[in-house]
Design a protein around this ligand. Structure first.
Ligand code: GDP
Length: 334
């Protein structure tokens, strides 16, 4: 039974990845922080995981864990995930998002040498490494020029992955564009919108307050992105030449305004503008304007492709939030 070691397993994408790896018959060892409130939800939703307590910032413990588990694959999804929060916590961002990949890569290479078998490493990189790109869409050759501490931390890890790949480790960097689902926290604009729209449609709230409606993002379906990570890990384990940098994206960008309109329509409200207010508090001083990814490489190399389009993605998040708020989705009414 192959063993996968996963950091960030309690997060949105980590939890979908855990489902996929278990379904494939892997032993899944997940790192969770002591006192992580999301652990219980993960254990209830996904039984069969082998969760170990530890902190990404505790490098000695992390290295020891990898040496003991001796995994066939390591998926690094842990770290601070918010661009906005990275400005408030630049040092923590470096400690949790930039440095642990160095520990994990080094430990992975040691296991590979000790056991004399391949260890695949898959880094959850981010479109934020491109900063405010001048080319669109971006691909694996687009210059890495981060514009915030989160992007800078991910960029460091990204380069490190390539360095270890040149040392013979089957290390890959999946450059993930925004990916959403009902498991997305409300600190992200998509879930904030779908939850508030659901509650407005049920008469529980009266307005949706946002920052810029013109910001554009390439929003994909998180389970598709978790599958891409699993595919890269599996491919690189059986053939080290499959280890590479891969853009994981839908290839289509939409504005926040588009997201809002589709979300209200999914809740049965066509005239949405009276409900939406803009507040400078939610505007970002520096914000990527046009992030859209070209995922041709992984499509050609591994046959990955997105399975859920924009309207379906937004609709399923809205329906989930209506159910959560305690009512039947409009599509199932009368
Ligand atoms: P990010 O791309 O990882 O920063 O994901 P977010 O979901 O936090 O933000 C996506 C885009 O939505 C960014 O361009 C934000 O500036 C924009 N945005 C507009 N209004 C809001 C808001 O109220 N909250 C958040 N989080 N983002 C907003």
């Amino acid at each position: 039974m192959p063993t996968a070691f996963v950091t960030g397993i309690t997060g949105q994408t980590g939890s979908y990845l855990a489902d996929i790896l278990l379904a494939r018959g892997y032993l899944v060892v997940g790192l969770v922080r002591g006192g992580d409130e999301t652990r219980q939800a993960l254990e209830e939703r996904t039984p069969g995981l082998d969760l170990v307590e530890g902190d990404l910032a505790d490098e000695q413990h992390l290295a020891r864990l990898v040496a003991e588990v001796a995994p066939d694959m390591i998926f690094n999804l842990g770290g601070l995930t918010s661009v906005a929060a990275s400005w408030d916590h630049p040092l923590d961002t470096a400690r949790i998002t930039a440095l642990p990949p160095a520990v994990l890569l080094d430990a992975a290479l040691a296991v590979q040498r000790r056991e004399d078998r391949p260890v695949a490493f898959v880094q959850a990189s981010s479109a934020e490494i491109f900063g405010s790109p001048t080319v669109s869409p971006q691909n694996e050759e687009t210059p890495v020029r981060p514009v915030n501490p989160y992007g800078a931390a991910k960029a460091y890890a990204h380069y490190l992955v390539a360095s270890y790949r040149s040392m013979g480790l089957a290390a890959s960097s999946c450059i993930l564009y925004n990916h959403e689902s009902p498991r997305r926290p409300e600190t992200f604009v998509t879930r904030k919108i779908t939850r508030t729209v659901a509650r407005i449609s049920l008469g529980l709230e009266t307005e949706l307050v946002l920052g810029s409606l013109d910001a554009r993002r390439d929003w994909g379906w998180a389970p598709d992105y978790a599958l891409a990570l699993a595919m890269v890990g599996a491919a690189a384990t059986s053939d080290a030449t499959a280890a590479n940098d891969y853009v994981i994206a839908s290839g289509v960008s939409h504005t926040v305004r588009d997201f809002v309109a589709v979300a209200f329509a999914a809740a049965g409200i066509d005239d949405w503008e009276p409900y939406v207010k803009q507040d400078p508090r939610f505007r970002r001083p520096v914000d990527a304007t046009e992030l859209v990814g070209d995922s041709s490489r992984i499509r050609a190399a591994l046959g990955w492709r997105p399975t859920v389009g924009f309207d379906e993605l937004v609709g399923s998040m809205v329906r989930h939030d209506i159910e959560l708020a305690g009512a039947t989705p409009p599509s199932e009414q009368g």
